[in-house]
Design a protein around this ligand. Structure first.
Ligand SMILES: C[S@@+](CC[C@H](N)C(=O)[O-])C[C@H]1O[C@@H](n2cnc3c(N)ncnc32)[C@H](O)[C@@H]1O
Length: 277
């Protein structure tokens, strides 16, 4: 199997990373899908649908809607065809290999649109937002969920996580992405022409309220895996040393054992409406 070379994509397109996207969408569903309201929407577009992880949740959550996914990566779309095989066969979903900057759809084609974790990797978010606005019907709604990495908070402090995450953000920025794009999203939607813009903090957070050991372990395991999904490119380029990664693993284990620990990962969800003219 050939794996797409992606020098500018920190997470890589490896099969393990594709599986991580499926696990990620499911794990984060309670944080990032409960605020999305597609009531009354019959046709919904997802830009940067990746391997179809979010669309499989959306199909379950919005049974009356039909979904169209686009991604610029052939490898991701091929994997999405497997994830969404049933919905594709039933005609509830379709997939297109196109970039978000050039959506191959007529004006006013969709009632709703959504984007998860794509603008953080896009050197130019505005052309994508303008295309989404074009293909939405007047009154159509966009929900975009994006990272705000500088809000990462770890208590007690972990030097290893801080050093590692700084290197992670720096490399993502070098690749043309923007690790703090979440906080800029309302302004970008306004620049693109959306109205009724609202932003919600949707940062997954572990603190002393989470007492169930399995839930704590799953939460910390998920974020350790997310951070380490960039370890290949970081190690290859000498941006982090192995001892930092070892230290990060030890500190995640310490957080798990500390009932007062806090781990909060910054994320924002923004909603905008296409004006009715
Ligand atoms: C982190 S993955 C997220 C995938 C999916 N949204 C999810 O949450 O599982 C980012 C995806 O955005 C895609 N992508 C990045 N820039 C894009 C663009 N300009 N147009 C279309 N897809 C893009 C990548 O190929 C990748 O599949």
């Amino acid at each position: 199997m050939t794996v797409e070379r992606a020098p500018g994509y920190i997470h890589t397109f490896s099969p393990a990373e594709q599986r991580r996207l499926i696990d990620q969408a499911l794990f984060l569903e309670p944080y990032h899908h409960t605020g999305i309201d597609f009531a009354g929407c019959q046709s919904i577009l997802e830009v940067g649908c990746g391997v179809g992880a979010q669309m499989s949740l959306l199909l379950r959550r919005w049974p009356g809607a039909r979904f169209t996914g686009v991604d610029q990566s052939e490898t991701q779309i091929a994997r999405a065809r497997q994830t969404l095989a049933r919905a594709l066969a039933e005609g509830r979903a379709e997939l297109h290999l196109v970039p978000g900057e050039r959506l191959a759809f007529k004006d006013a084609s969709f009632d709703g649109a959504c984007v998860f974790w794509v603008f953080e990797h896009a050197p130019q978010p505005l052309p994508i937002l303008r295309e989404i606005l074009r293909v939405l019907k007047p009154g159509g709604v966009l929900f975009a969920t994006e990272v705000f990495d500088q809000a990462l908070h770890v208590f007690p402090r972990s030097a290893a996580i801080e050093v590692y995450f700084q290197a992670f953000m720096a490399l993502q920025t070098e690749f043309g992405g923007e690790p703090n794009i979440g906080i800029r999203m309302p302004g970008l939607l306004a620049q693109a022409g959306f109205s009724d813009i609202a932003i919600t903090d949707v940062s997954p957070t572990l603190d002393a309220r989470m007492t169930e050991p399995t839930a704590r372990r799953a939460f910390l395991d998920y974020f350790q895996t997310l951070l380490l999904s960039g370890s290949g490119p970081l190690l290859e380029r000498g941006r982090v040393k192995q001892h930092v990664i070892d230290g990060l693993r030890q500190d995640f284990a310490r957080l798990n054992d500390d009932p007062a620990a806090v781990f909060s990962f910054g994320a924002k969800q923004v909603r905008g409406i296409k004006p009715r003219a």
